[in-house]
Design a protein. Structure first.
Length: 408
């Protein structure tokens, strides 16, 4: 088991890459990152030890289980204090042979009654003999010469995957491993690495590398320096050309540039940066509350979202806070769903509190009704046409008849 130093993980993470096995099967590698905080450790031979298991289930699109296994694992730490200081993370790798198709893959870590699960859809491609192709790209955090073979060994190197796909600050070099298939032996081929943003705009195109194909199948290891990139999401693409054929393989990754994030925030915006309760999942919120280093947690969280989303989010939270208060019902609805397409106000109707109806026409349409129940200018959500939002069972009592006709 490899314990590696990386950023604090938000949760259990899973990535994958497919490589040629034969014409009908691909070797699918599953890369797993587990926060050491997922487990309880006990003293063992002057170290800290955790015994746990990893359960892997793979289902096809019909819901049938096509692969399942459970592995026992042991993690050792010199000390919990050292692990917290160095932000240690457990990295693991599993392989399975699968035909082409889409599969739902679930990874479950278990230690007594404590369980964590992550699920992703994986798309498996098979690679035909004699057809020019590139495997999936495996993003790597560390490369070292292989003294002995491990499950991380490819050729003469040990390649430690980076399932979180996060780079920057302490880890600037992004290594990329791939396999090239169907090359015409003894003929020249060329490789080009290209870095783009998520919109497809080219940031950097690296110099073309040319070589003679000694074998029809080759291993390729490349790398780029992420220093200088701003916080956000990016795509690394490898282009392979030989004769008149050109093919591509791509993978997304995230960059955290701490000083760049700080530079775009000032004053009240720093408060909005940490106000993630309406955009984070319940699991992310739970981990955020438990995190000792909340600053690092937020950097990873927003790196996943991207700088554009961060800036838009801060802008809308700021607007909602100014208009309604970000913690109020109106502020929350404004932040989550954006400004309403239409607002209808009903005031000074005898026997009823003031009402506001917010209507949204996109996404199937949504209607939210607010009422100033206490008549102090505090509007509360009393009715929602959207099942994910609260509706007061006594909303008829707080909505005037004219407004009621619009929603019933």
């Amino acid at each position: 088991m490899f314990n590696l130093m990386i950023f604090i993980l938000l949760s259990l993470s899973l990535d994958y890459a497919t490589f040629r096995e034969n014409d009908t099967l691909s070797n699918v590698e599953l890369y797993i990152a587990i926060p050491y905080t997922s487990f309880n450790y006990y003293e063992y031979d002057e170290q800290q030890r955790a015994d746990y298991s990893i359960d892997i289930t793979i289902k096809n699109q019909e819901g049938d289980t096509v692969a399942h296994d459970e592995f026992g694992r042991i993690s050792f730490l010199t000390s919990l204090e050292d692990a917290q200081k160095r932000i240690l993370t457990i990295i693991d790798l599993f392989s399975v042979s699968l035909p082409a198709g889409r599969y739902e893959t679930s990874i479950l870590t278990k230690q007594q009654d404590n369980e964590e699960c992550v699920s992703v859809n994986i798309d498996v491609t098979t690679y035909q003999e004699g057809v020019l192709s590139i495997s999936d790209l495996e993003l790597v955090s560390e490369i070292s010469e292989a003294q002995t073979a491990t499950r991380f060994t490819k050729g003469n190197n040990n390649l430690i995957p980076n399932p979180e796909r996060i780079y920057g600050e302490k880890r600037n070099i992004l290594y990329v491993y791939s396999e090239l298939y169907g090359l015409s032996q003894s003929e020249e081929y060329s490789l080009v690495y290209r870095l783009t943003d998520t919109m497809g705009d080219i940031i950097t195109e690296y110099p073309e590398k040319k070589a003679i194909a000694e074998y029809p199948h080759l291993r390729e290891i490349g790398g780029i320096n992420t220093a200088g990139l701003t916080t956000g999401s990016y795509i690394i693409t490898l282009q392979l050309s030989q004769d008149n054929d050109t093919i591509y393989s791509s993978k997304s990754f995230f960059v955290i540039a701490r000083e760049k994030v700080a530079s775009i925030l000032d004053g009240k915006e720093e408060e909005y940066y940490s106000f993630i309760k309406y955009i984070a999942s319940s699991d992310e919120l739970s981990r955020y509350k438990e995190a000792d280093d909340k600053k690092s947690f937020l950097e990873i969280f927003w790196a996943r979202k991207g700088e554009d989303i961060l800036l838009r989010y801060i802008e809308i939270v700021k607007k909602a806070d100014e208009l309604y208060g970000k913690e109020k019902d109106m502020g929350r609805i404004y932040i989550i769903y954006g400004p309403p397409d239409e607002v209808a106000r009903y005031t000074e109707i005898p026997a009823y509190p003031d009402n506001e109806i917010w209507s949204y026409y996109s996404g199937g349409g949504k209607t939210f009704v607010f009422a100033d129940i206490l008549k102090i200018g505090k509007f509360e959500l009393v009715y929602s046409s959207y099942e994910r939002e609260y509706t007061n069972p006594l909303y008829h009592k707080y909505v005037n008849p004219e407004a009621l006709n619009l929603i019933d």
